[in-house]
Design a protein around this ligand. Sequence first.
Ligand code: DGJ
Length: 736
Amino acid sequence: MKFKFNFSKKIILAISAFFLLQLYYIEATAQSVIIPIETKNNAMVLRVEANKDVSTIFFGKKLMDANEYAFIPGGYKQTEDYTGMLNAAYTPAGSRNLVEPAITVTHADGNSSLDLKYSSHKVAKIDNNVSLLSIVLKDPVYNFEVTLFYKSYFNEDVIEQWNEIKHNETGNVILQKYASANIYLKATSYWLNQYHGDWAREMQPEESKLTHGIKTLDTKLGTRANLLMPSVFMISLNKPATEDEGSVLYGAVEYSGNFKVDLELDYQDNLRVIAGINNYASPYTLQPKEAFITPAFLYTFSDKGKGDASRKLQSWARDYRLLDGKGTRLTLLNNWESTFFDFNETKLAALLKDTKKLGVDLFLLDDGWFANKYPRNNDRAGLGDWQENKTKLPNGISSLVKEATANGVKFGIWLEPEMVNPKSELYEQHPDWVIKQPKRAEYYYRNQLVLDLSNPQVQEFVYNIVDRLFTKNPGLAYIKWDCNAVIYNAYSSHLKNQSHFYIEYMRGLYKVLERVRAKYPVVPMMLCSGGGGRVDYAALKYFTEFWPSDNTDPLERIFIQWEYSYFYPAISSSNHVTDWGKQLIKFRTDVAMMGKLGFDIEVSKLSEKDLAYCKQAIKNYDSVKEVIWQGDQYRLSNPREGSVAAIMYVNEAKTTGVIFNYLVNSRYGENSKFPILLKGLDGSKKYTLREISLYPGVTSTIDAGKIYSGDYLMKMGYNPDVNSRRTSVVVLLTEK
Ligand code: DGJ
């Protein structure tokens, strides 16, 4: 018995020792679990604390020895963190937190506290460049969990971050706030570069030093949500970054609906960036076991200035996001500015001939081709009735497609499928498909209302508009997908829970686009929104290009395209030559060439020389477009800082480049006084510079016979000789 007792005692002791050791091990591991998310140059480092909180201990340029990340927090002697969670990787509300939360919930029992503790994590290597880290966080009290996802693209230094939120409580949980990311930055000061805009005034930049408290960038427009404020921004650390110097983070919410970015400079002087869907009017009722997946927040970081950051983002976009980002694009002639709503088959037949004469690939028929009871002869009627207008097009679209083919050009068409004019058969037949408050007066934006895409019947209707067009006209080669109205009087007669409205609208839109792309994976589609009110990296998954602005005045366009170029690659920017602005056709065409070239002019009214110039310009463009679309872009001379704007594109092998230069100040004597330094060349290579896109009869003042080293061009530069007689100069750089 004694023996037995002693034996069991020993076993119990051994077992206890084993468990103690295990506990010690778990504790020790918990204290030291560091989760670095490393890309080629940067690292975001998370740490599982002893109490199982997951915090961010570093974000910036990566260290050579990953073991040294653990030293980083010790280097900071800032004030007391009263919450112990100011640097939470995903800040929950209602427990110890005292600052802006990333997530706020009301549990099934009405309690609104949340705590999130580390449960597990894993890394999946998707391929040699892409990894996916997931971290499961659980509330120790409630059956509620959040999985944080970090998808990292090694070579591009890009991270996409999103979350999956779910629970298994005894009833529904209300998600009051559900951000996609909660980033934590340390610097001596923070400089925000943000954008605002309006119709024809897209992408107006403003830079300011962030002060303590919260600065919010957001939208509540519902659709074409970026009209007044796009969801892209930059934060420079320590001092404002320039093109080639400084530490800068680029952020973008990948969402086409209401977004919100809170930038909170906390009392310890750290910056907390909380970004995702705008929770405005949108508490979300989450059922047990239902997964709520947030959209992604995208960011990249560079310690080499804005240029490096934007080249990384552009390259990521071409490789991973923009539809057909590595593919080709069609040059086109659009009829919007030349005819507006006033056209018929005879006029269009002439325009198809002009398309061929000009030498572009495609004719794009814009607004006004549809509706019979309430013909679409202006923007006050007909939207929603997608049958060809019998007076204007008695033989339908298919005869136009045939005629285009006979002329040796492709045919594309304009749609605005999410919208309706109250003066339409669609509205008469389906008033319940329209977003409007049942007890309030309607309020219009461009005389139209938005269809309720949260309703599956409306999704079906919108999908069928596109599908029927393609089924009837297999030769259709291009869609311009417009979206002009914002959402007023947000209310869906289909939804039971109105606070899901904004989210369900977006889900409905993405479902339609998914279906369109499943059936028509490659057809080029332009993302248009009465200008650039909708471009973002969730939408660009479905679109090959976007329309930056209805403002095509080339002078304005230099500024607008310049700002877009920080975030989006040139291949995605549809730029049309129109009659806006006072500049010569050459200036207008050169500006439009810095992206995807199109025309929206009356070809028949061009002078012989202008037409000859355009035809040659299109040929020139064909020879350099690959460099513009796929090359690295360098902003050389900022139009906001001087009289000359210059942008350069160079191919990966650094053998070919094209440089666009413009005079942006018409005051007396303004010119390119100093040489412009080129960038991104091989210093040891030899290059020649030859002016292209010359107007007929004009000889260049640039000596094409001179040979320069890359070293010279990058250190001493060259002068494009921009002045009031040469307001726009395009130069081809070729390795000798
Ligand atoms: C707004 C677009 O931005 C324009 O290019 C044109 O397509 C009109 N809509 C047509 O209504």
